[in-house]
Write a protein that binds this ligand. Sequence first.
Ligand code: NAI
Length: 382
Amino acid sequence: MTLSTSTHLTARSRSNTYSKTPKVAIARFAGLKSVGVAPAASVSFKSRSVALAASASRTACATATTAGFKVALLGAAGGIGQPLALLLKMNPMIETLAVYDLADVTPGVAADLSHINTPCKVTAYKGQDQLAGALAGADLVVIPAGIPRKPGMTRDDLFNINAGIVKSLIEGVAANCPNAIVNIISNPVNSTVPIAAEVMKKAGCYDPRKIMGVTTLDIVRANTFVAEAGGVAVSDMNVPVIGGHAGTTILPLLSQASPSVAVADPAAMTTRIQNAGTEVVEAKAGAGSATLSMAYAAARMAESVLLAKTGEKNVVECTYVESSLVEGLPFFSSKVVLGPEGVAEFLPLGELNDLEKAGMEEMRELLTKNIEAGIAFVADNA
Ligand code: NAI
């Protein structure tokens, strides 16, 4: 099943008590009007998260969470996994957080988190034979499992190890929670998402609305850098980033920044956003890649997915999914409206300027190669 630009999918409203949380605004990107989606009041993700976290601590004595979701975090003991688990523990929509990893420290991570006085219950699963328990009944599966980059490595250099890890974890999803929404963080995202799609297809349970590559960190970085350059409050800034999540496939649409900012050297700003991950890899000097900013970005994405599952309207994120938006690129990251079943609608790319059009052409070859590598990996490793 392939979704088209104008696909509107039926929203299944989850019966829950989400209405207990403060109503917050969701839309972060300009352009909603163009597809008839009413623009939401502009409260940023920062404010929204603060509201949710505050709500979590205010309801610390409560026995129930506001929406009753189960989230499984695979790779929970790692550099991203641990701070991400902390942020998820603070999300009042999550009733159960299943932390899964191969590392011996996993039960300790869960024990540590479980002492925090927020309603979310934390359960630990260590080792392959406990994967099924972690996944059973999950509404959302978030995957940061895999090795990170060291200086001098590209995301593609991670392929050989991470492709196999993602394949086996998605086989677990297919067997234990085929209807869950999946957020894939493990690199190379440009290939791990097609891998996940192929695995789900083979298992007969592929729903393209539900398999999402997490590119949110590119948006978070673009928002920060562009706001700094323009002297705009960072929490107000929205910069869509499209394409993929590696090198030149990361294409920020600076011309669509909202509020509009006149960036002095858009080509240099584009390169900085594309290389921001490498900036962190080099600064950490062999001790890993982005973990804290990634945890923040993944928590934002998870929160958006869950909000949409409660029936909240106008939840817009950029995410790397199966897409028919750009001819010849069957997986592509762009702005989508999220709904209870995952991607509900693709928003148009909007007008691109000459620099952005050139960026679209430049990414084509690499992104195609990355997608094909993912598909071939599953075919070759049946
Ligand atoms: P890390 O090495 O600190 O943690 C990875 C964790 O995965 C470890 O705890 C390890 O035990 C676990 N793991 C390995 N194989 C597993 C398996 N089969 N099942 C369950 N757990 C398993 O790495 P870090 O820094 O947390 O990065 C994780 C991944 O996220 C890397 O692939 C990295 O490239 C990617 N990443 C993605 C970003 C994005 O924007 N999408 C940004 C930054 C990193």
